[in-house]
Design a protein around this ligand. Structure first.
Ligand code: FBP
Length: 695
């Protein structure tokens, strides 16, 4: 026998094939880095100018007018190209600039292309212009931690996901001190302009910085980023100015690709319900898009639950001449009942498996939970303000926090005017499972937002679902339908008469193809009892093996697999749509800068249409601001856009819900979105919600 020579590990690692397959650089990466997204028509020429479009109007908040006087009169700006600029325009456009850019908040696929678009446009206008990337988010501005971007760095990240080039952070520039330090940094770097790529809070920050730095002549621009898809801007007349933040499409497609695979797996081994929590701090846009992409059996949409009215309760109250306030808005208990109903109906059709999509922010729309969140936000903010310390550092353990709340409840008994935490609140809070109490009390993020991604929303809901399913099982309501043909074959094999047994065991023996065991039969004992009473077997006889086997097939075992889709999709490399969208947002930002705008957010209209119809614009941020409760007090912020239950996309999902639940004998109606592809014709073009809503 020939002796096999073992190669040394050094030799192995030096082997060219080993080197090739273990290299960090693979083909997909090479293709992504080399690809330059197409430019919108207006950017094909060397110069662009801005035209104010006064057709758009906004309902301006009084507070915004007072706080942001320098930018409140900003208008929507349409970007148009120019062939022959005059000398002074050309000089201004091509002047040597220092531009800073920062990522703020959670990563969203496409951010690097915003930088690439801005960098390409700025360097094209003047190769001596310098672009600085602030490191680790707004902290980089406050602490003057920045790097100068160059070709190598920008080229290394073209069309790639994440915010790895300069990283990100969630710090908010929300104090005079931080504002002053930021201004200092901008002056030290001699910045002409600063671009903030972020969500609603970061664009809010951009507006305040724009106002603050107006007299320094430093222009501040925002770029709408967030996978949550909740920056959607319309004017007062409802005309769409920004249909979707960037990163949404990629994240939704990434989630849908994995959840679509779960639909395939689930309908193959037919034994699991897959519970998929998907990101979206508040709004359910991502869950809605996932529903459209995958046709999962059950998708909860928070905004839909908030609108829920229990008609039977309303009618009962009307009959009694009273008002039942608890009839408005969904409760956790009722929600679990709705999910159970879907599970039980599918089981009856022989499908004790499926896929449920739960948006991470769903609890925000459950009235009873919302009340707790608001109350606890206020309590924590009040505590921090009065004690000038941090609630979470002072009360590190759950028991300490609960004790503090108990103290507040006692205070409410002594002082009628103290209503923020009553004895009733305390009692209700104490019946919540400890892990959920802990979840509701977790540290708020730096913007004072409740961090839904840290709460096991799915565990809360599914805990109730499991409990109720057990009850339904005991009551003989939750049963798996057994195919009649299978039943007959099994009994005939044992030479038994299927009809005489069937009429005793099943409630629908003569009417259906899927047989449901009678609700009175919940064990082998009760099965035998029924057969004996009807005289099909004798008292001293055993239940025939085939009958027992069929019965056991009808007994459901509710098995779940729990998944969280969030950070994975957020880190995905961008879809073609997001690559093109973000690169052109970068070009848009430069056009706004070169045309002396400030306090504007870059946007592209007509995203739902063919690329040739995309229209870059600047949206004034200040007129979009309104007052909202943050950290226990009212603050001017950009409004988050939640799912509109009157929108086409929601109405379509609502109308197809029953079909996708597929609680019938036929096949499931899953859709296979497949993976995100960078190249190839089959790549999905744009979010389905976007297309539907634009119809
Ligand atoms: P942004 O709004 O900053 O883009 O972040 C959105 C998000 O991904 C949410 O979907 C999620 O709830 C949250 O960030 C998670 O935050 P963190 O990254 O701090 O865990």
């Amino acid at each position: 026998m020939p002796v096999k020579k073992t190669v040394s590990i050094e030799e192995l690692l030096n082997n060219s094939q080993v080197k090739r397959v273990t290299d960090n650089i693979n083909q997909e990466l090479i293709e992504r880095r080399e690809s330059i997204p197409p430019k919108c028509n207006v950017f094909r020429k060397d110069y662009t100018k801005l035209i104010e479009d006064s057709n758009y109007s906004f309902d301006i908040d009084k507070e915004a007018r007072e706080k942001l006087p320098g930018i409140i009169e900003n208008k929507v700006q349409k970007i148009v190209d120019i062939d022959f600029p005059d000398k002074s325009f050309e000089k201004e456009y091509r002047k040597r600039r220092h531009i800073g850019i920062v990522f703020s908040g959670g990563p969203a696929p496409g951010g690097h292309n915003v930088i690439a678009g801005l960098y390409d446009a700025a360097k094209k206008a003047n190769p001596d212009s310098r672009i600085f990337g602030f490191l680790l988010g707004p902290d980089g501005i406050i602490e003057n931690e920045a790097i100068e971007l160059n070709d190598d760095l920008v080229n290394a990240y073209r069309n790639l996901g994440g915010f790895g080039m300069i990283k990100t952070g969630r710090t908010k520039i929300d104090t005079d001190k931080k504002m002053e330090l930021s201004r200092e940094t901008c002056k030290q770097l001699k910045l002409d302009s600063l671009v903030i790529v972020g969500g609603d809070d970061s664009n809010t920050n951009a507006a305040f910085l724009a106002q603050e730095m107006l007299e320094d002549g430093i222009q501040i621009m925002g770029v709408p980023k967030t996978i949550d898809g909740d920056i959607q801007v319309r004017d007062a007349g409802g005309r769409v100015l920004c249909a979707m933040s960037f990163g949404f499409h990629t994240a939704a497609r990434a989630f849908a690709s994995s959840i679509g695979n779960l639909c395939t797996d689930s309908s193959s081994d037919v034994k699991y319900w897959h519970i998929c929590k998907v990101m979206g701090r508040v709004a359910s846009h991502l869950a809605l898009e996932v529903a459209l992409q995958t046709h999962a059996n059950i998708t909860l949409i928070g905004e839909d639950l908030a609108n829920y009215i229990d008609k039977s309760r309303v009618e009962k109250a009307q009959r009694e001449n009273t008002i039942d306030f608890t009839a408005f808005g969904m409760t956790l208990r009722h929600l679990s009942r709705i999910i159970c109903d879907g599970i039980v109906r599918r089981a009856a059709a022989g499908k004790n498996y499926g896929v449920i999509v739960i948006p991470e922010g769903v609890l925000e729309f459950i009235n009873e939970i919302q009340v707790f969140i608001i109350k606890l936000n206020t309590i924590i903010a009040e505590y921090n303000k009065t004690h000038d310390t941090d609630f979470h550092s002072d009360f590190q353990f759950l028991e300490d926090k609960l004790e503090y709340l108990r103290g507040l409840a006692r205070r409410s008994r002594e002082d009628e005017s103290f209503t923020v935490w009553s004895t009733r609140d305390d009692d209700l809070f104490n019946v919540i499972p400890a892990f959920f109490q802990e979840g509701l009390l977790i540290e708020r993020d730096s913007h004072g937002n409740f961090q839904f991604s840290q709460v096991e929303t799915d565990k809360v809901i599914m805990g109730l679902v499991k409990d109720h399913l057990n009850t339904l099982k005991e009551q003989g309501i939750y049963k798996i339908g057994v195919k009649k043909a299978y039943y007959k074959k099994a009994l005939e094999k044992e030479r038994l008469d299927p009809d005489s047994f069937g009429l005793v065991i099943f409630k629908n023996y003569n009417d259906d193809d899927f047989l449901i065991v009678k609700s009175s039969i919940v064990s082998i004992k009760t099965l035998k009892k029924a057969l004996v009473i009807e005289g099909v077997i004798k008292k001293n006889e055993k239940v025939p093996a085939s009958v027992e086997k069929v019965y056991l097939k009808s007994v459901p075992n509710f098995k779940t697999q729990v998944h969280f889709y969030g950070y994975d999709g957020r880190g995905n490399d961008p879809t073609q749509f997001d690559c093109n969208y973000t690169y052109n947002l970068g070009l848009t930002v430069f056009s706004l800068i070169a045309n002396k705008a400030t306090g504007q957010m870059a946007s592209i209209k007509n995203l739902e249409l063919d690329f040739s119809m995309w229209e870059p614009i600047g949206i004034p941020i200040a007129p979009l601001m309104h007052l909202e409760e943050r950290k226990g007090k009212l603050a001017l912020v950009l409004e988050k856009s939640i799912v509109d239950v009157d929108s086409n996309s929601f109405r379509v999902v609502q109308a197809l819900r029953e079909k996708w639940l597929a609680a019938t004998h036929g096949n499931d109606n899953y859709r296979r979105p497949g993976p995100i592809r960078f190249t190839g014709k089959s790549e999905e073009e744009r979010p389905i919600t976007l297309e539907l809503n634009a119809l």
